[in-house]
Every structure is written in C-alpha cells, then in structure tokens.
Write a protein that binds this ligand. Structure first.
Ligand SMILES: [Zn+2]
Length: 142
C-alpha cells in the first residue's frame, strides 16, 4: 500500500468516526479512481435510516453499478474502514469494482465486540425441487 493509499484508508476511518458521531455503527468507505481521486464517500446509516442494508460498502457498490461503465468501475478501488461483510462483498462482486482495501478485518472487528455479538448465518435447507426450479433459469445465461 502506498502512502497516498494510506491517506485514503485513513479518510475511510474518519468516515467511520463520523458515522458513529451521527448515531450509526462506526463504518465508513470511499471509492477512488485510478488516479486516487475520491469519487464518492459513504458512512453507515443503518440506524438513522432504519435499514439493515445501509452499509457504506453496499451504497458505494450500488452507486458504481448505476453510475459507472464497467471499464471505469474496474479501475476503481474501495477504501473501507472494515472488511466488507458477506452482504457487501456480494454486491461488490456484482458491481465490478476493481479492488478493495480495508483497515480492520472481520475477525478483528468481532474481537472488539462483546461475546455473542457476531452475526451468524440463518439455518438453510436445499437444494430442492431442481426439476421445477431450473425451468425459469434455463436459457437465461446464454
Ligand atoms: Zn456490509
């Protein structure tokens, strides 16, 4: 990581401080172009928006998919105060962003939470009903 990239990562941490000051969970992220110019910044607003999906990384991924062409998106880097959660990582993959640089890892984040405060996956079942479920999918991805 270059010194300029460290500055961008420190800005993401500042955004996390701002999120917490504003009454939200302490996470912030920004998206930078290939030249290091900041394209957009976001803070977690899941409490003030009453929206469990209002993570800054997801907001940036949605913005990039909506506003950037694929080649431009591939040239961007997301700098984020914490490693993206599973929800955000999926959106980032679909958005075509080029790279993610994070400060805290998910494990480091969990070590800072009280015991039993980490998110766990809901129990799930499947696959099931393959013959019926494949009908709307077949031929879609050609
Ligand atoms: Zn997330």
């Amino acid at each position: 990581m270059t010194r300029d990239e460290e500055k961008l990562l420190r800005r993401a941490i500042e955004l996390a401080v701002e999120a917490r000051s504003g009454g939200n969970p302490p996470f912030g992220s920004l998206l930078a172009g290939p030249d290091g110019a900041v394209l957009i910044e976001e803070r977690n607003s899941s409490l003030t928006d009453a929206d469990i999906t209002a993570h800054p990384e997801l907001k940036l991924a949605r913005w990039a998919a909506r506003e950037l062409d694929p080649a431009t998106a591939a040239g961007t880097t997301m700098f984020t105060s914490c490693q993206p959660c599973g929800m955000c990582a999926g959106a980032i993959a679909r958005s075509g962003l080029g790279r993610v640089v994070y400060a805290l890892s998910g494990d480091q984040l969990n070590s800072l939470k009280p015991p039993g405060n980490a998110f766990t996956d809901a129990p799930s079942e499947g696959p099931a009903l393959y013959e019926e479920a494949r009908v709307p999918v077949e031929g879609y991805y050609t």
